[in-house]
Design a protein around this ligand. Structure first.
Ligand code: GRF
Length: 205
């Protein structure tokens, strides 16, 4: 159980949810400054839902298929408010959010991306890293802004690209770093230790 002051967090997923699981496990620590209030998926078949339920966390499915973006975001926003959420973590959430939604959660909405942003935005990241010949890659936790994979960077972790890496093996190496980085970044935000100054994030305290 996290402390009574722990900030209520929603995690948004579309699939496997391994970052969600890392956040749930971190938040189970007594002194973690955030607690996971709800996991919301935009697809009923998101595998991560089962893990959340097994850990006693409330889950909701808000199907996005065939729904107007604004209508989906309004439902999402209502669910977040119903659960008293103060911070939202996107974790493999494969649906673009409207700028209205993003603006209303600005400074409280985080995403994790499997590259060292601003390099390799978008999808097929590990394939493109290997094609580029880059020797270093990694992952980034950043505040979400309306433009995809942009927004002030909170934390990054870097790894060397092994000579024999495949997209799959690289994804696994990076994912292991993601699972450490996301809880750290959430902890900093929940403790109120992040100040955003333009594109730069400073740590205080
Ligand atoms: C992760 O690589 C994350 O960086 C990206 O999507 C993937 C989600 O994986 N945004 P998981 O669902 O957290 O296992």
């Amino acid at each position: 159980m996290s402390p009574a002051t722990a900030k209520p967090v929603a995690i948004l997923i579309s699939g496997r949810g391994s970052n969600m699981a890392a956040l749930i496990e971190a938040a189970a620590a007594l002194d973690f400054p955030a607690r996971i209030a709800v996991v919301i998926a935009n697809r009923a078949d998101a595998e991560g839902l089962a893990f959340a339920q097994k850990h006693g966390i409330a889950t909701e499915v808000i199907p996005s298929k065939g729904k107007e973006r604004a209508a989906f975001d309004a439902e999402l926003d209502a669910a977040l408010r119903r659960h008293g959420v103060e911070i939202v973590c996107l974790a493999g959430f494969m649906r673009l959010l409207t700028s209205g939604f993003v603006e209303s959660w600005r400074g409280r909405l985080l995403n994790i991306h499997p590259s060292l942003l601003p390099a390799f935005k978008g999808t097929q990241v590990h394939e493109r890293v290997l094609e580029s010949g880059a020797r270093i890659t990694g992952c980034t936790v950043h505040f979400v802004v309306p433009e995809m994979d942009e927004g002030p960077i909170i934390l990054q972790a870097a790894i060397a690209v092994p000579d024999d890496a495949t997209p799959q093996s690289l994804a696994e190496l990076v994912l292991a770093e993601e699972h450490k980085l996301y809880p750290q970044a959430l902890g900093l935000l929940a403790e109120g230790r992040l100040r955003v100054d333009g594109n730069r994030v400073r740590m205080v305290g």
